[in-house]
Design a binder for this molecule. Sequence first.
Ligand code: NAD
Length: 475
Amino acid sequence: MTGTKHAEIVVIGAGPGGYAAAFRASDLGKQVLLIDKDPTLGGVCLNRGCIPSKALLHISKVMDETKSLAKMGVTYGEPKIDLEAIRAHKDKIVSQLSGGITQMAKVRNVETIQGSATFKSNLELNIETENGHVSVSFDKCIIATGSTAAMIPGVPADHSSVLTSRTALDLVDIPERLLVIGGGIIGLELGQVYAALGSQVSVVEFLPNLLPGTDPDLVKPLQRKLKKQFESILLSSKVTSVEPNDDGTLTVTIENDKGATTKVYNKVLVAVGRKPNSNLLNLDSTDIEMDERGFINVDVYRRTSVKNIFAIGDIAGNPMLAHKATHEGKVAAEVASGHSAVFDVRAIPSVVFTDPEVAWAGLTEIVAKENGISYEKGEFPWAASGKAIAMGANQGKTKILFDPESKQVLGVGIVGPGAGDMISEGMLAIEMGADADDIGLTVHPHPTLGETFAAAAEAFSGTITDLYNPKNKGH
Ligand code: NAD
């Protein structure tokens, strides 16, 4: 395929941001060209991230739940693991979803091209395809090319025993001993998957806490569980060398204030963050401006410094989350199609899909304390929830941070099974400017985990009956 093309709107990258942008622009009547270097649409999230990891996390969660049934009087035998069948199950989910996106592109008449796009100017792209170059001129362009796993200097990135989230999800084998470098979201999610499938997992985190930046009371129940599932959790520690051995194992040296230790691992998973893919686009041939970390600068319309070019998702800054990309993609598509839209959200929720799940949105206690923001808190321990006790989830917690003056919700934090689903009610409360009475006086079904959200608001208002609360007196 060689030649030239023109598109009213060209979208580079078919992840959750890019395909949402392409489909929205097409629905608004624009002629859209969607380019991705991968043969399947859906980007990292669908093909090598959110979706395959959730397929595996579901398996590890159910395996753990069946074990916990022993306390409830039901005992199963040891699980038999058929790695090939697990891989096939995961791949089937991915292909079902990416097939759906391909289908939706077709019915919308969104043209797709498989190839690597680079800029030639503020108005033109070159696409390198398997069969040659295509030159594409455009009226508007939306960049949605995402991010790549960051590596640590000195770690042999191309060694087959050094995994990133991408290769870890291929599930080539179950290493006997796995070291996870980075106690963030990916490290803990994938660490839990490999631990359930039989690896002895250790995690090394540079900072003093797992999931740094997350309120410690939300991390505590997860950390308690991980202590039982993992061989070791090394905090305030850094990996100073990873040396390959002839048998394919890796000798790793880890340093902390107690000194240096050297151990051999079958595999190492590097999960120390991600970096934007801005270096792959030949942005020098445009007037697009970036910050010092390589994120493309954008305004509230997601326009770059070149007003006919937009950028969305991971490449346009933190947080690097699929749902932020999708939201931005729709805004960019609407503005590029001549409609009025703006990226104006009060919060973006975060979810760690471990077991238990950890989710938060809006103001956190860490940020409030760091910035002297005053807040009051309503909190409901799941140890007082009938549903949570019945599920063996009494370690969970729901908390809401309120504005002391207006009593409106500033932030929500939840830990426990299903926290990722429950946080949406918190998001709605934040976006709608709900106050404690709006939540507490909304009838929530019993017995559910969802009612802990209303209970947290009632604990704040002093109207709760499911806990003894001295604050209740006179309310
Ligand atoms: P992260 O930022 O969540 O965690 C990286 C961790 O590595 C941090 O705790 C950091 O302190 C630590 N670290 C950095 N350098 C280190 C070193 N040399 N030694 C030891 N520890 C080190 O990043 P991630 O887990 O790699 O995830 C990448 C991105 O992908 C994040 O932006 C995340 O939001 C996103 N993501 C989200 C989800 C989800 O929403 N559930 C899932 C996966 C990934």
